[in-house]
Design a protein around this ligand. Structure first.
Ligand code: ZN
Length: 154
C-alpha cells in the first residue's frame, strides 16, 4: 500500500528584487559581473563597460541591460546612423540580435564567440542582460581582425 506523503504547502516564489542595492549585491557575488581587477569602469547609455589595457590592445567586459537597443540608447550619444565598432569576442550571457544596413541580420545566444562588423544596429533579446567579453585595438580593431570598415559583400 502506498502511503501518501502530506503535501507541503507550495511556497510562493518571490521575484528577484530590483532594488539597486540588491542588484549591486547580486552583481558582486556573480563572477561574471563582479568588480573587474584593474579595469576602468564606465556607464554609457545604460551599458556598463569595464576596460583593461592588455598587451597592445584591450580586453573589455560589456554588459548590455535587458531592453537595450543601440539605435535607441546609444545612437543619440555617438552621432552615427549605425554602430561603427567591430565586436570580436565571447558572448558569455544573454542573447543579442542585430541587423546591418543591407538587411543582413544576426541572432547570437550565449555561450558563443561573436564577430560583428561595423555598421550595425543591435539589441538585447529576453529578460537577461547580455554580457560580452570583447577584444579590441580601439580604432584599428576592424583592420586588426581582417574585417571591412563597414559591413559589405565582396
Ligand atoms: Zn550583408
Amino acid at each position: 500500500m502506498k502511503l501518501k506523503r502530506p503535501r507541503k504547502p507550495a511556497r510562493a516564489k518571490r521575484p528577484a528584487s530590483t532594488h539597486p542595492r540588491h542588484a549591486a549585491a547580486r552583481a558582486a557575488r556573480d563572477p561574471l559581473l563582479a568588480r573587474m581587477a584593474g579595469a576602468d569602469h564606465r556607464e554609457v547609455g545604460g551599458v556598463s563597460i569595464d576596460t583593461t589595457r592588455t598587451a597592445n590592445g584591450r580586453v573589455k567586459r560589456v554588459c548590455y541591460p535587458p531592453g537595450f537597443r543601440w539605435s535607441t540608447h546609444m545612437k543619440p550619444l555617438v552621432n552615427t546612423p549605425l554602430c561603427m565598432h567591430a565586436h570580436v569576442g565571447f558572448l558569455a550571457r544573454g542573447r543579442v540580435r542585430g541587423a546591418y544596413a543591407d538587411g543582413c541580420a544576426f541572432d547570437l545566444a550565449a555561450p558563443r564567440a561573436v564577430v560583428i562588423e561595423p555598421g550595425h544596429d543591435a539589441w538585447v533579446v529576453g529578460t537577461q542582460a547580455a554580457v560580452l567579453i570583447e577584444f579590441d585595438t580601439e580604432r584599428s580593431t576592424a583592420a586588426r581582425f581582417g574585417l571591412p570598415d563597414s559591413h559589405r559583400h565582396a
